[in-house]
Design a protein around this ligand. Structure first.
Ligand code: HTL
Ligand code: MG
Length: 655
């Protein structure tokens, strides 16, 4: 990973470089910037031109697909202004979620590595402390920046330093409880810091929540006050007020520009400034130069457009939040085949189940699109709730619904459920309340890397009493499990991976009994060794690998271990009584996961036989393709075959 502060080029005026190809536009200003120090050499009048170059660069970088284009386009001016005015890495600039920070990466010495974003061995899609001294925090999950910034500001004061701490937080991330709780403490403690709200009215989908409504109100009121030529007038009016204010009360914590009669930020003791146009680079620079001098906490409310500068992205920021591969000149997508994802399988299942069961209610913490719920939300608007990026709230709202006789389904990504552990345990499980957890992106997710991998849910859920956990092998089994979950009640988790699965016929509802495993391949007794055989136990994504691994191995048993809690104790007992060895495979950490559950049960049965536990090792897995991470983790097809060979199975070489 590059270490920018040590590799900074000697500071020189921006130079013109030869074009690598006639298709690549000239970027004379950007070419001269390898660190924020170079950026500061530009005159303020050059910044608008730099923005053009930077936007083109971001579009080219993101055109390979799977990158956060629209958010990074929207935050570009803000990032340039912050680096122009502050001095990173001495001043700390924190990005909430970190998905909007491509301009920051480009300006801090990583431009030449942007083509490696989210690829194996390449740059992270978010900010990472270990990647650059300019990345103040390691992120990927939302709403952490304000508490982190508060900690840094307090550390600065405790250590007698005097740098600035600035957190950039989106209106979506601001809906998270952690962000709001941090504001509460910041208002109380009054540390010197900048809180920049990047308000684009969007989370991944349209933003929700009372605070969001309040901020809309601020905007409307502001434009109304300022009359026709809103944007420009707003900022210059503000500039005048700010100048007056500064001369009058330099250290006051009182708000000086507060268009709403009741402003929750000012009420909490935060100096509120805004709303201002987040694409007017000149005004942003002017404002930040002044705000950075103020004592106490200042909230700067910046209005931006998600996808700014690219017409299509501005018009459809949901589609362009993380677009597939596109042509950077024409913005056309490569004609992609429509695939059926696990999320689609879930969306179809709940849409149909809602017709059959009036108690069903689906809750999402800001992940309508990713969770496959667009159709459901349109078909059942009165039994659908988006709580914003507030996983804890999603789970406890479900507990309340469950207590009142509904059958809530919390649609949640595995890694984001980590946020709501106590809510699952305390609010749902103790009273055995019927809440179904539809856990998407379970297992390795690939390009989003360590922050987004969902490899802990089996471990942290199976330790909770009353919890049931199932891993469907395909979309039919998923449907069967949701139907069964509605029948049995209590807390039930159904986990499925990122990626595609064969489509199902709608209206088909196979049956499954909770806790019952399934033989997929019974081992043929081996005359050659005279012993009973090795049996593989695997569920979900890991089962795909296991099936492939035993395709030509008739003497190895394979079980669809589709329930991790409870285990199929009867079947496990039978297998343990006759098998020579057991291999477990799971797309979860091996620490406390499925293999651990099997070992615990064998211990209880007082049976000892060789058990090999394959899964994700006890380390954070970095970004790479899902298949590569599984291979590196030692749980893919070839790893399974290697273990079988070690256990004495006759495995043909060359597969
Ligand atoms: N829940 C949590 C705790 N963290 C994350 N990151 C998500 C869900 C998923 N997520 C994102 S980006 C994003 C969500 C919900 C929207 C953020 O909206 P915001 O920023 O207004 O803060 P904007 O895109 O610039 O509008 C990712 O996982 C990347
Ligand atoms: Mg937003």
């Amino acid at each position: 990973m590059p270490n920018d502060s040590s590799s900074d080029q000697p500071i020189s005026a921006p130079s013109l470089r030869a074009l690598p190809s006639p298709l690549v536009p000239l970027t004379p200003l950007l070419d001269g910037i390898n660190s924020p120090a170079h950026l500061k050499l530009l005159a303020p009048e050059q910044l608008p031109e730099l923005m053009e170059e930077l936007r083109g660069e971001i579009v080219r970088v993101a055109s390979v697909g799977g990158l956060h284009l629209a958010s990074s386009l929207g935050a570009a001016e803000l990032i340039v202004a912050l680096h122009y005015v502050l001095s990173s890495p001495q001043d700390k600039i924190l990005f909430d979620v970190g998905h909007q920070a491509y301009a920051h990466k480009i300006l801090t010495g990583r431009r030449h590595l942007m083509h490696t974003l989210k690829k194996e061995g390449g740059l992270s899609g978010f900010t990472r402390v270990s990647e650059s001294p300019h990345d103040a925090i390691t992120v990927g999950h939302a709403s952490t920046s304000l508490a982190n910034a508060l900690g840094m500001a307090l550390a600065r004061d405790a250590l007698g330093k005097n740098h600035q701490v600035a957190a950039v937080i989106g209106d979506g991330a601001l809906t998270g409880g952690m962000a709001l709780a941090a504001l509460n403490t910041i208002g109380d403690i009054q540390p010197k810091m900048l809180i920049i709200i990047n308000d684009n009215e969007m989370s991944i989908s349209e933003n929700v929540g009372g605070l969001n409504r309040f901020m809309r109100g601020l905007q409307v009121q502001k434009w109304y006050q300022d009359g026709e030529d809103a944007g420009k007038k707003a900022v210059s009016a503000l500039s005048k007020q700010l100048a007056n204010f500064m001369s009058r009360a330099k250290h006051s914590t009182r708000h000086f520009f507060d268009p709403a009669s009741i402003n929750p930020f000012s009420s909490m003791g935060l100096r509120y400034v805004g709303p201002v146009d987040g694409h007017n680079i000149t005004e942003l620079v002017w404002l930040l130069q002044r705000l950075k001098e103020l004592d106490g906490p200042t909230v700067l409310h910046v209005v931006t457009k998600k996808g700014k500068g690219v017409e299509l992205a501005e018009a459809d920021p949901i589609k362009w939040h993380g677009p597939a591969k596109f042509d950077p000149d024409t913005y056309q997508f490569a004609a992609a085949q429509k695939m059926y994802s696990w999320s689609n399988a879930f969306g179809d299942a709940v849409s149909e189940l809602a017709e059959l069961d009036p108690r069903l209610y689906v809750i999402t913490p800001a992940m309508r699109e990713g969770s496959g719920l667009v159709e459901y939300s349109q078909a059942h608007p009165h039994r659908y709730l988006d709580v914003g990026i507030a996983e804890e709230v999603a789970v406890t709202v479900a507990a309340g619904m469950g207590l009142q006789g509904l059958r809530p389904v919390v649609a949640i990504y595995s890694s984001f459920l980590q946020r709501a552990y106590d809510q699952v345990l305390h609010d749902v499980a103790i009273e055995n309340i019927p809440v179904i957890f539809a856990i998407d992106r379970a297992g390795i997710v690939g390009a989003d890397g360590a922050t987004h991998n969902g490899v802990f849910d089996l471990s942290f859920l199976r330790s909770i009493p009353n919890m049931r956990i199932g891993l469907p092998k395909d979309a039919y089994e998923l449907r069967a499990m949701f139907k069964e979950a509605l029948r049995i009640g209590g807390p039930v988790a159904i986990r499925y991976p990122r990626g595609n699965t064969p489509a199902v016929d709608r209206g088909t509802w196979p049956e499954v009994r909770w806790g019952q495993w399934e033989w997929l391949q019974r081992p043929v007794h081996s005359a050659k060794t005279g012993t009973d055989e090795v049996v593989i136990l695997a569920g979900g994504k890991a089962l795909e690998y296991a099936q492939e691994a035993v395709r030509d191995l008739g003497n190895v048993g394979l079980v669809n271990a589709r329930f991790v809690k409870p285990l199929d104790v009867a079947m496990l007992g039978d297998i343990a009584a006759t098998a020579r060895a057991i291999v477990t495979v799971e797309d979860n950490t091996v620490v406390g996961g499925f293999g651990s559950a099997v070992l615990e049960e064998l211990s209880r049965l007082n049976i000892s036989l060789p058990v090999r536990v394959l899964g994700i090792p006890d380390e954070f897995q970095e970004h790479a393709t899902v298949e590569r991470v599984h291979a590196l983790s030692g749980m893919d097809v070839s790893a399974i075959r290697t273990v079988l060979a070690e256990l004495g199975v006759d495995v043909p070489i060359g597969m």
